[in-house]
Design a binder for this molecule. Structure first.
Ligand code: CA2
Length: 145
């Protein structure tokens, strides 16, 4: 493998596939990991999928990615709308950053319409369900090729 893509997931996404299927679908983070790994094979990229309910842990993983990852795909979940700290951490990462939202945040409550992370992201995908992660993986692969 020529590189690793960190796929970081924020609070409550451990419940993916287990609660609120009408909004977030029935697939799990394990399904996300395998679909992204499949795309990664086309680009000689490995994936490392992580999820945390804690802001500081996500920031520590972004710092770790500075040493270990060629790119980051991140669904910061609710921290998208609140966290300058995650934005600051992402601004220290030099590779491509793709932001993914499973739901279309622009079709939902007004407080979800703004994401701090979007000002750093090289691309933003929202509303494509978990396919958004595989689409992001394909774009990261193309950017790194
Ligand atoms: O659409 C997305 O991917 C979100 O990032 C998901 C966040 C939400 O706060 C953002 O506004 C949009 C919420 C993640 C909650 O994940 C769950 C998954 C399954 C069941 C319950 C929660």
């Amino acid at each position: 493998m020529s590189g690793t893509i960190y796929i970081l997931n924020g609070p409550n996404l451990n419940l993916l596939g287990k609660r609120q299927p009408e909004i977030y679908g029935t697939s799990t983070l394990a399904d996300v990991s395998s679909s992204c790994a499949k795309v990664g094979e086309e680009f000689d990229l490995a994936v490392h999928l992580l999820q945390s309910n804690h802001e500081g842990q996500l920031i520590d993983w972004i710092h770790e990615a500075r040493e270990n990852a060629a790119g980051i795909i991140i669904n910061p979940a609710a921290y998208s709308h609140t966290s300058v700290a995650i934005l600051d951490a992402l601004n220290t990462f030099e590779g491509p950053v793709l932001e993914v939202h499973i739901s279309n945040i622009h079709k939902r409550e007004t407080f979800r319409h703004h994401s701090y992370v979007s000002s750093r992201a090289d691309g933003v995908i929202a509303g494509c369900g978990i396919e958004g992660y595989a689409l992001a993986m394909r774009h990261v692969g193309a950017l790194l090729s």
